[in-house]
Design a protein around this ligand. Structure first.
Ligand SMILES: [Ca+2]
Ligand SMILES: [Ca+2]
Ligand SMILES: [Ca+2]
Length: 478
């Protein structure tokens, strides 16, 4: 090992130590957006509403950028052929990811969140060809895991039925959870996408999409791994009404992407709990008392990607890189404050933040330029983009049998890969090629005439004291 390699390795180790104190989010955007960094000119620079991104506010703020963390192809590999059409790639899987939740720090399961530990809610139900029913529906918050040797299973944090039960609605009611946050001392906070006449703890209530609802701790039963096992009927509380959320939004004095001051929340689109902020006592009706922590939230009117807080009657969320939104009178909210590019020099990014969870993650990601190829094809006909945080990553290649497997098989590899993707999808360990640090691309192999099937790639990063896997990617060859 030469001196420059040693220097790089110690730089990685120091980076890791700083990363441990890093205030960061995973999040989604409501529209396709572009990373502020450009992601090396690769396809990883395009952030889609059905992909999860991450942004970190630990300096230097000049390099702040939202980066892709769970590409569609990672979800396709975990979920398999969920719609049963023989092709893993499904452009519009989940519709959008409209709510995100991390419990890993609370449950002590993993040091960092992974694509196997984070919970999300779709706006369109995932197919059930692999997972079976009930799957992952708009009213569910769940993740895709291997369970008892079966791949592509949905593990729910909370189900549509449990949410409906707390709202006094029939179990089959098609509710859409579109923001969620959780802390055992406060319970579950959430918001829904469409107004619904419900029966809450305060009686008949028209629950609005701009309301923040609470499932108080005493109303919840838990599994041993800190998921919701049960909710109490009619136990939901309107912690903040839409009118109150409108007031928080107006008081925050933040502009949209055109520079216009926000006056109403519209729909509450993202929620996270700020444990360092003030807690208030809310009495929504006589005899009902709810403790409400400071809530970080996004408004559907918050184009340009602003984040607000309920503290002090409503303020713009601040972090180490400044306010996450432009104060009224100072021009548009552009997007770089949350790591995305503005639409132009005069107009901010089109998105509001659509889902938000405070957590730390490892960004070690693969995504192909083309998810589907036709046979035959010369070597390099398709390229796969990578974002590699390590000095070196060895790309592995696997050819899953296409006809027998509706979902690829994986194995856990402890004690390795406890920070990045936890499961190995290429157990034959057939090396394809090494890649260096940062963003880049590598070529696909030549596809001979008559060969069709699936090509799976996964990177093995050489961390200072471990091996850390990248997210997997599968290319359909037709
Ligand atoms: Ca499919
Ligand atoms: Ca949803
Ligand atoms: Ca949302």
């Amino acid at each position: 090992m030469n001196h420059s390699t040693l220097s790089l390795l110690s730089a990685v180790a120091i980076g890791g130590a700083l990363f441990a104190q890093n205030p960061s989010f995973v999040l989604t955007f409501s529209q396709p957006e572009n990373t502020l960094s450009g992601s090396g000119g690769t396809v990883l620079g395009t952030l889609r509403p059905n992909e999860i991104d991450t942004v970190s506010f630990f300096g230097p703020c000049t390099t702040l950028s939202a980066e892709k963390w769970m590409p569609r192809t990672c979800a396709h590999t975990m979920a398999g052929d969920a719609d049963g059409d023989g092709i893993y790639f499904q452009n519009s899987i989940f519709g959008s990811i409209d709510a995100l939740l991390s419990t890993s720090a609370l449950a002590g399961i993993v040091p960092l969140d992974t694509q196997r530990s984070i919970y999300w809610s779709p706006s369109v139900a995932m197919g059930t060809a692999v997972s079976g029913v009930p799957g992952l529906r708009p009213g569910d918050v769940g993740r895709i895991n291997r369970v008892g040797g079966s791949e592509g299973q949905v593990v729910h944090f909370i189900t549509q039925e449990q949410v409906n039960n707390a709202l006094g609605l029939p179990p089959s009611y098609a509710i859409d959870v579109d923001a969620i946050a959780f802390q055992p001392n406060y319970g579950v906070f959430f918001s829904i996408d469409v107004d619904v006449p419900a029966m809450t703890v305060c009686g008949p209530t028209l629950v609005r999409d701009g309301d923040v609802l609470c499932l108080p701790p005493a109303s919840l039963g838990y599994t041993t791994d800190l998921r919701i096992a049960s909710t109490t009927p009619n136990s939901a509380v309107v912690a903040y009404s839409e009118a109150q959320m409108n007031a928080f939004t107006a008081n925050a004095q933040v502009t949209d992407r055109f520079g216009v001051c926000l006056t109403a929340v519209g729909d509450v689109e993202a929620l996270e709990i700020d444990l360092f902020g003030p807690t208030v006592t809310v009495v929504p009706c006589p005899g009902v008392v709810v403790l409400v922590p400071n809530l970080i939230f996004a408004s559907e009117n918050g184009t340009g990607g602003s984040l607000l807080e309920t503290a002090s009657g409503g303020v713009i969320h601040n972090n180490l890189c400044g306010p996450v939104g432009t104060p009224c009178g100072f021009g548009p909210t552009f997007g770089p404050q949350i790591g995305i590019r503005p639409a132009s020099t005069t107009t901010g990014a089109a998105s509001h933040v659509n889902a938000l969870a405070g957590t730390r993650v490892c960004t070690h990601v693969l995504e192909p330029q083309s998810h589907v190829m036709t046979s035959p094809a010369p070597a390099g006909a398709n390229m796969v983009a990578y974002n590699n945080p390590f000095v070196l990553s060895l790309i592995l290649i696997q050819l899953p049998p296409s006809t027998s497997l509706p979902v690829p098989m994986s194995i856990p590899v402890p004690p390795w890969s406890q920070n990045c993707f936890p499961d190995l999808y290429a157990p034959s360990i057939f090396p394809w090629m090494p890649v260096g640090p940062g963003f880049g691309t590598f070529p696909t192999p030549a596809i001979p005439a008559g060969w069709t099937g699936k090509i799976l790639f996964q990177g093995v990063g050489f961390a200072s004291a471990s091996f850390e896997l990248s997210t997997p990617t599968v290319i359909d060859v037709l």
